[in-house]
Design a protein around this ligand. Structure first.
Ligand SMILES: [Fe+2]
Ligand SMILES: [Fe+2]
Ligand SMILES: [Fe+2]
Length: 441
């Protein structure tokens, strides 16, 4: 049920800042869903019910906004956890959930998003307990921001709600934990709302859910002051998320971006399309955030079932990227990076020119880096070997035009570009790439 909120006057206010900001939030909310499985859509409920409770308490609009985004994103740091971390970390909390690390990783990711400074603390402290037994900083009582306390309460409630059918068991638990885990004042008001059966419970992050919080005017005003390039901010956020999930994928994505760029330039492509390919290459494996790490890191051969799971990653990459209005054209490049020139690839078995040229470029760069870097199951192989393999599959896996352009690039040029780029922040990569261009062509 969603409230009919008369405060929502500006739901359709046009505004690029607002849209781009939302894009980032939607992307992150999708990542949280992917990382959490059974708790699907919990965060929307935590966010809106949290705002509702905050409204009962007459919290100011800034606090309500922080509760909304904190509720949505509080578990974003879970993306870096092994899939079975709930079971492994029972020592941390009574409900067998949580690991201090996710609160810290989560606040670091959110700190990259303009106007969410207040949310980083709430995320850091959403597992603190009223009696001081929480984590990561052992805050106690009123030291814990009320917004964090609200999220903690609703998080526990909705997690239990998803698995426990008997409502009185949940209520007993919350009452029992009042003054221990939870702020007693909050538990009291929460029980009142629960009795009235008036909790707002959306099941996805659509614009209705968004406008239900009734703070659009405030939001637009806040975002108007944001300086900075949203595409850059988005790319930085995505890079942090990928990094938190899987170190290897992160370095790999950057190297594939660099090599794809060199190939595309060698093929004489227009600057704007080269840039599109760079972005597609950087994000091509972002869908791996939805694949369990045990499978990504498996040292020996994958079973058929596991292989099927891995093969979902280009589709997930595409879905994630599509959250960004400004990256719409980039999404197909990620979706099709495992298609083969002869039509035997995945996920859509496209062939030849039906595969976007950017995806054909990324396929070659991806293979080169996979062969020449250390993998979980083997050591790096030589540049010469990679060239030999890629030539061998020309016309089968790869577009001959792309392969020829790639083979024209000497090894030392690729090495230099990799060295220059790999440890730089994403934001300065484009500049360095253009610098390399002038030096080598
Ligand atoms: Fe959490
Ligand atoms: Fe891939
Ligand atoms: Fe890849």
């Amino acid at each position: 049920m969603l409230p009919n909120n008369n405060l929502t006057i500006s739901r359709f206010i046009p505004g690029n800042e607002r849209r781009r900001f939302k894009d980032i939030i939607k992307f992150l909310a999708m990542v949280v869903d992917l990382a959490e499985g059974y708790k699907l859509h919990n965060n929307y409920r935590v966010a809106l019910s949290g705002v509702q409770l905050g409204t009962e308490l007459n919290l100011n609009i800034e606090s309500l906004r922080n509760i909304f985004y904190g509720g949505l994103l509080h578990d974003i740091g879970e993306v870096g956890m092994p899939t079975d971390f709930d079971e492994r970390t029972t020592q941390y909390t009574d409900e067998g959930k949580g690991n201090p690390h996710h609160t810290i990783v989560g606040s670091r990711i959110v700190s990259l998003i303009p106007t969410l400074e207040g949310v980083t603390k709430i995320i850091r402290w959403h597992h603190e307990s009223w009696d001081g037994s929480g984590f990561p900083d052992n805050l106690k009582g009123r030291e814990i921001p009320i917004e964090a306390g609200i999220i903690s309460l609703f998080d526990a409630y909705y997690v239990m709600n998803a698995v426990e059918k008997n409502k009185s068991v949940i209520e007993d638990y919350l009452k029992n934990m009042s003054g221990k885990k939870f702020n007693p004042g909050l538990v009291e008001i929460f029980m009142r709302l629960l009795k009235k059966d008036e909790l707002w419970t959306p099941d996805n992050l659509n614009d209705d859910a968004w406008s239900a919080i009734g703070m659009d005017t405030y939001e637009v005003a806040k975002l108007q002051d944001v300086k900075g390039d949203y595409v850059e901010i988005a790319l930085n956020v995505i890079a942090q998320v990928i990094d938190a999930k899987h170190k290897y994928t992160h370095g790999h994505s950057r190297r594939v971006m660099v090599l794809s760029s060199l190939i595309a330039q060698r093929m004489g492509m227009e600057k704007s399309y080269v840039h599109l390919i760079e972005q597609g290459a950087l994000l091509h494996d972002s869908g791996k955030v939805g694949i369990p790490r045990e499978i990504l890191d498996k040292p020996e051969g994958l079973s058929n079932e596991e292989y099927k799971v891995i093969k979902k990653h280009p589709v997930i990459s595409c879905a994630l990227i599509q959250n960004f209005t400004s990256l719409k054209e980039v999404a197909p490049l990620a979706r099709f990076h495992h298609e083969r020139y002869d039509g035997n690839g995945y996920p859509d078995k496209l062939d030849r020119e039906d595969i976007p040229i950017g995806a054909r470029v990324i396929a070659v760069a991806d293979t080169y880096d996979a062969i020449t870097s250390n993998r979980a199951y083997r050591k790096a192989l030589s540049d010469g070997f990679a060239r030999h393999e890629i030539r061998k599959y020309m016309g089968k896996m790869f577009d001959p035009l792309v392969v020829n352009a790639f083979l024209d690039i000497p090894e030392h040029e690729i090495k230099l570009a990799f060295d220059l780029i790999v440890n730089q922040p994403v934001s300065s990569v484009s500049n360095t790439l253009s610098h390399i261009k002038t030096n080598t062509f």
